[in-house]
Design a protein around this ligand. Structure first.
Ligand code: SIN
Length: 296
């Protein structure tokens, strides 16, 4: 769809349950207000946006991301990864120099998760830019949590109202213990923020299931077995293929996603190939559920 009144961008939906390409914009150049509004509206509609064939350095990546708000500092890493000179950039890479990892996550599979949801204020969005990609593997999957919520049976939706979930901060999405954290043996004792299971998006006023990571999650106030059973059921529902779309990376792809209504994961890839991504995150808000959304 061409958008009148903008600098000529075209929005091409993936045809899956989320995701769209934005064609016709050079993100290394200043973006006028009309084009920015069109991009933001498309983001709210499609949850994940992809911009192909971009040529960005770190300042350019940060400049684009800052149009959406203040940026977060990179999260605490699992190992002794080298820090990027820009504190708002997280290096996602399997490349080692002198045997030392230069980035996060290595070549591992990353499980479905929401970025930094273990914080009280959770990033509203993440922006990931591809500098080097492997010939195969390392695809990033996204899942539409509006649709996951909307397709739950009515009685289960009612049962979730008012429930809150603990979001464990001790492990990253590859399951590695972060520096300075202890092994969690009882999810009720896990460090991390507590957020509503149903999250109302402040811009679209739509409700989404809101999860962090499955491991060490627990529902506040439920006995451990009941919490595990309900979380297993909800996660099995939310991670179905019908809600997902996978990004197959090319160098120069910039993908941004909305952490308030989309989860993501990453496939593993051959450790002998190289993958280098720079990620930044748009500072967040406190997840909330608005009961008024149920009245409609
Ligand atoms: C992540 O942000 O969880 C990793 C995504 C990726 O490396 O594709």
């Amino acid at each position: 769809m061409d958008l009148p009144g903008t600098t000529g961008i075209t929005i091409v939906p993936t045809g899956a349950s989320l995701g769209a390409d934005i064609v016709g914009v050079d993100l290394s150049q200043p973006i006028d207000a009309a084009t920015f509004t069109a991009i933001e509206d498309a983001w709210h509609q499609h949850l994940v946006l992809r911009f192909r064939s971009q040529q960005l350095d770190d300042p350019g990546l940060l400049r684009f991301a800052r149009r959406f708000g203040e940026l977060d500092k990179a999260p605490i890493h699992a190992k002794g990864e080298v820090e990027d000179p820009f504190p708002e950039i997280t290096v996602m890479s399997n490349i080692k120099i002198d045997g030392k990892p230069t980035g996060n996550l290595g070549n591992y599979e990353a499980e479905w998760h929401t970025d930094m949801s273990y914080n009280e204020l959770t990033p509203i969005g993440s922006v990931l830019y591809a500098l080097e990609v492997p010939p195969a593997g390392g695809d990033t999957g996204f899942s539409n949590m509006y649709q996951a919520y909307a397709s739950l049976p009515a009685d289960l939706k009612r049962a979730l109202v008012g429930l809150q979930c603990k979001h464990d901060s001790s492990r990253n999405s590859a399951g590695e213990l972060r520096k300075g954290f202890k092994e969690v043996t009882d999810p009720r004792e896990a460090p991390g923020a507590i957020h509503p299971l149903i999250r109302t998006h402040p811009a679209t006023h739509r409700n989404a299931l809101f999860f962090g990571r499955r491991r060490n999650a627990c529902i506040i106030g439920l006995p451990p077995n009941a919490s595990e059973d309900l979380l297993d059921k909800l996660w099995a529902h939310a991670t179905q293929k019908r809600f997902a779309w996978y990004q197959q990376w090319k160098v120069g792809d910039l993908v941004m996603w909305d952490n308030r209504c989309a989860m993501h994961r990453r496939d593993a890839f051959d450790p002998n190939s190289r993958r280098l991504m720079h990620r930044t995150q748009i500072k967040g808000d406190k997840p909330r559920f608005d009961p008024a959304t149920l009245a409609a």
